[in-house]
Design a protein around this ligand. Sequence first.
Ligand code: ZN
Length: 88
Amino acid sequence: MGRKEKTANEQPLSMKPYKIGDGGTVCFPRKSAVDTGKPGWKLTKCPFCGAECWETPMARGLIAKDPTLRGACTMCALSGKYGKGVKA
Ligand SMILES: [Zn+2]
């Protein structure tokens, strides 16, 4: 019988699945990037830079489930200045 391959350090460093309570900032697509919203998208303003952006149903669902999350435009969410950027 061969030796057992150990896979103890199998934790990926990046791309960890988001867990409730992790906190962070959910990306809202900016209106300047996506001019026409899709059904269910709600035009809102980024709380940090004031840019118009779309609150998508996916993002809304994540925030509803996890009060430690908040939404912001993609630029602010991915800047890292407001916590980890979370893709909805
Ligand atoms: Zn912003």
